[in-house]
Design a protein around this ligand. Structure first.
Ligand code: GAL
Length: 424
């Protein structure tokens, strides 16, 4: 991700590639909402379609600006080019500390009128509301709460391999992975892209080192924690997992890795619960066709990833009205339920009934509440929730280089992490 504040948008203009798609896009007209997002996999697209339906039912024109690429790096680049060329969409999928960077550029709309009318302050956990606000005013609206520290499994593969139950520790995990390898299947389905590498890495750090270590090393970027023996153990465990992935993993999209678990080609996948959206979109039943569990050693913790839309300043009053309606719809109970049922996440709006949700979602919801009390609720670094986009990009690069190149020693990786962590 590019850091916005270090390069003012005017300078950025020359640095970004303005694609033909961006150039040909017309500005949003009256009653039209143009929404930039990166939900293009089966489960994601189904979820996004629900928002479109709700907006169309309100009489607005939905202009889809979908940019393929899990984790949203491609979408972020395109969004920058649109804003730089003075033609922002109505809303863009932006989250975490990046919201503050965009707001500091003065390009985001103030959503306080909608937030007040819809009582967002009383409907959102404070930790989420704070991320959506810039200098006390809402500039973004949250969609959901994804949990990142999950491992998914195919029960039929486990049965064939003689694995009983989901692994609760890394000893159990590697024992299970060995058994899966023995029956000729892939133990871990992995997509080698840096956000996916880091999704696995942060779950390993949490499982190996616990909540305090996770927070100190990856959220507070404390040099002592990064240089500790616990980080050595984390890196060793992470590297060991790679030995259970297949040779075709580099570059693979996350949903294709999920499909490997779905089809019984692979046993496990480390991935956030958008993977569940993928299983569900394919008609799979949780507990029967696929299993979910907290990643080894992390059942007392919850790495959260809150998707949100920031709204851009628009000139036309009709477009502003449509934008307000979009913000209100996103926080509305109807959308919160149907979207999250499809997406694999849980509603971010408090006090929603979860009757229609499956057991993985119910576990997520219970753990969200419990970990908020215990301190186990932690922002996901891999998904842009914790640190500045610049530092995040730098440490992601180190982790992926280490994953991809066995010649990089653990001690080397640790040194590189230390220097990446100080990226401003
Ligand atoms: C995450 C995002 C999710 C999901 C995933 C894969 O960063 O928060 O909504 O879509 O990427 O694209």
């Amino acid at each position: 991700m590019l850091k916005i504040s270090s390069m003012r948008l005017s300078k950025l203009a020359s640095a970004v590639l303005v694609t033909s798609a961006a150039l040909s896009a017309v500005s949003a007209g009256a009653g039209e909402v143009e929404v930039l997002h990166y939900w293009t996999s089966g489960g994601e697209a189904k979820s996004a379609a629900e928002l479109k339906k709700i907006m169309q039912a309100k009489g607005h024109v939905w202009k889809d600006f979908a940019v393929a690429g899990g984790g949203g790096d491609n979408a972020a680049t395109l969004l920058k080019s649109r804003v730089v060329s003075g033609n922002p969409p109505s809303a863009g999928q932006i989250k975490g500390p990046a919201i503050q960077e965009w707001a500091a550029e003065g390009v985001l709309a103030n959503l306080d009128a909608t937030a007040k009318a819809e009582k967002w302050d009383s409907l959102l956990p404070k930790v989420v509301a704070d991320v959506m606000k810039y200098k006390g005013s809402y500039v973004a609206v949250p969609v959901n709460v994804h949990r990142v520290n999950w491992v998914w499994a195919n029960p039929e593969v486990l049965r064939k391999a003689g694995v009983v139950g989901m692994p609760k520790t890394y000893d159990e995990f590697f024992a299970a992975a060995d058994k899966i390898k023995k029956v000729g299947l892939i133990a871990v389905a992995h997509g080698g892209q840096n956000w996916q590498d880091f999704t696995t890495f942060e779950s390993v750090a949490l499982g190996v080192g616990g909540v305090k270590f996770y927070h100190e090393a990856l959220v507070a970027l404390d040099p002592k924690a990064i240089g500790s023996d616990t980080m050595v153990k984390t890196l060793e465990t992470f590297r060991k997992i790679k030995g259970y992935t297949d040779a075709a993993a580099p570059g693979r999209d996350w949903n294709l890795a999920t499909a490997m678990v779905m089809k019984g080609e692979a046993g496990f996948q480390f991935m956030g619960d958008w993977a569940k959206g993928e299983f569900m979109a394919a008609g799979k039943v949780p507990g029967k066709d696929f299993l979910c569990a907290a990643a080894p050693g992390t059942s007392n913790a919850f790495t959260f990833n809150v998707d949100s839309f920031a709204m851009f300043k628009l000139k036309s009053p009709d477009a502003q009205k449509a934008q307000g309606d979009l913000a209100a719809a996103i926080m509305g109970p109807e959308f919160q339920e149907v979207f999250n049922l499809n997406k694999g996440s849980i509603p971010v709006r408090l006090n929603m009934k979860l009757d229609k949700f499956d057991d993985c979602a119910k576990l997520s919801s219970k753990d969200f509440v419990d970990t908020a009390k215990s301190g186990g609720l932690q922002p996901s670094v891999a998904h842009g929730m914790a640190i500045s986009p610049a530092a995040e990009g730098a440490i992601k690069d180190v982790v992926s280089q280490f994953w991809n190149d066995n010649k990089i020693t653990v001690a080397d990786a640790q040194k590189r992490l230390l220097s990446a962590a100080s990226t401003k």
